[in-house]
Design a protein around this ligand. Structure first.
Ligand SMILES: *[C@@H]1O[C@H](CO)[C@@H](O)[C@H](O)[C@H]1NC(C)=O
Ligand SMILES: *[C@@H]1O[C@H](CO)[C@@H](O)[C@H](O)[C@H]1NC(C)=O
Ligand SMILES: *[C@@H]1O[C@H](CO)[C@@H](O)[C@H](O)[C@H]1NC(C)=O
Ligand SMILES: *[C@@H]1O[C@H](CO)[C@@H](O)[C@H](O)[C@H]1NC(C)=O
Ligand SMILES: [Zn+2]
Length: 365
């Protein structure tokens, strides 16, 4: 992706006026045990537990180049599809969407939660890597985001299964979250986000342009309530933060921010032994900054990325990308040594809770 910065504050007052009312939230304590049992293993830089095998690790298979049409791309795609097809069997519908453009083969992966919904929150990241510099494995760009989304998928499948196994009486009082929501989830792994030669409208976001055109043609686009696009997450660098970019997703940004506050609060307030969830986050650090209105105030996108054609189609977009970009961006240093698995786990937790709360808000009783 690429960014163009020319900040001014003309729209600031308008942006401030848009800050909406807030819903109360509370972390689902019942999910803590699941995260405690699975998250560290799923998103880890360490294969010591299982030497020679990556077992349930969702991150390490991304430690290779994934240029469109290459063997690395095929292998990683197979790994993703296998996760949704086998591990999460039956909970997600898997679509692989191959196409050819500009002399390259690309394949988008579109996973849909089978909860019979009519509207969707779409979670997305790109799985391809840049051709140059040769050997760049794109740890933050965007291996960490892809692994986080694969974890979110397995978490949501767990919640759905749990709900089906839980007695009717309890569901009637508390309400189902996943299985009974009018809102569904799609998880998209875009191919071809990176330019093949030089970034431009015709040489970038190949997969996103293709999927947006398809969703406009087949009538899916109007059912997309939100696109949450994750990119350049997982860096070990203390800065930068992830600001809010778009007024029409600012309310969702605030929800994500409250979830983050709640997570960090739990970590500091409850003794770490008593909160397995708290122990999952390596340290106390905010990633979201709801007081930064600079980009909201501009009223236009400053970062070119996979969201662009969806934004153009009127879809509200929550762009989870730090700005300025981490220093390893588009260099060979964007490798797994410069990746912070705790950071990737942090995002996985935020998005898990974000999905649960979004679905719960649309529960059908
Ligand atoms: C990632 O791959 C490189 C090159 O194959 C290897 O040296 C490195 O140990 C791997 N990193 C991890 C965390 O497995
Ligand atoms: C896995 O996904 C592919 C879609 O790429 C589908 O054709 C295939 O039937 C699925 N396999 C299983 C076991 O569900
Ligand atoms: C794309 O894939 C098709 C089918 O596998 C193959 O025949 C074709 O040569 C590929 N094109 C490129 C540019 O690699
Ligand atoms: C899905 O929703 C439609 C429309 O609300 C309904 O007619 C159908 O029975 C539902 N299917 C399942 C499997 O719940
Ligand atoms: Zn990139």
């Amino acid at each position: 992706m690429r960014y163009s910065l020319s900040l001014h504050v003309v729209g600031l007052v308008c942006a401030l006026a848009l800050l909406g009312a807030q819903r109360a939230i509370g972390w689902e304590l019942s999910y803590e045990a699941y995260h405690a049992a699975h998250l560290n293993e799923a998103i880890s830089l360490d294969d010591d537990d299982n030497p020679g095998s990556i077992g349930n690790n969702l991150l390490l298979p991304f430690n290779r180049t994934r240029v469109p049409g290459s063997e690395g791309s095929r292998a990683v795609r197979e790994f993703i599809v296998e996760h949704f097809n086998s591990t999460l069997a039956g909970e997600w519908a898997v679509e692989t969407q191959p196409f050819e453009e500009n002399g390259y083969n690309f394949t988008n992966l579109v996973m849909t939660l089978q909860n019979n919904a009519s509207e969707y929150v779409v979670l997305a990241a790109h799985y391809d890597t840049k051709i140059e510099p040769a050997g760049m494995v794109g740890a933050i760009d965007s291996a960490a985001s892809c692994a986080a989304l694969m974890y979110v998928a397995q978490f949501v499948a767990h919640v759905a299964r749990h709900e089906r196994a839980t007695e009717q009486a309890r569901l009637e009082t508390e309400g189902p979250v996943v299985t009974g929501s009018a809102l569904g989830v799609k998880i998209v792994f875009f191919d071809g986000e990176e330019a093949l030669e030089e970034w431009g409208p015709e040489d970038s976001i190949y997969g996103a342009r293709r999927l947006a055109a398809q969703w406009l043609a087949d009538g899916t686009m109007p059912s997309v309530r939100l696109l949450l696009l994750m990119d350049l997450l997982g860096s070990g660098e203390a800065e930068p933060m992830v600001p809010s970019y778009h007024a029409d997703s600012h309310q969702e940004y605030q929800l994500l921010n409250r979830i983050e506050d709640d997570l960090l609060f739990r970590r500091s307030a409850s003794a770490s032994e008593s909160s397995p969830l708290a122990a999952q986050v390596a340290r106390q650090r905010k990633r979201l900054d709801p007081t930064d209105y600079r980009y909201l105030a501009l009223g236009r996108a400053v970062v070119d990325d996979d969201h662009t054609p969806f934004l153009a189609a009127g879809v509200p977009v929550l762009h989870a990308i730090p700005l300025p970009f981490p220093s390893t961006w588009h260099t060979v240093r964007d490798d797994f040594r410069h990746l912070d698995a705790a950071e990737a786990r942090h995002w996985a937790l935020l998005v898990c809770e974000f999905v649960v709360q979004s679905l719960r808000a649309r529960a059908q009783r």
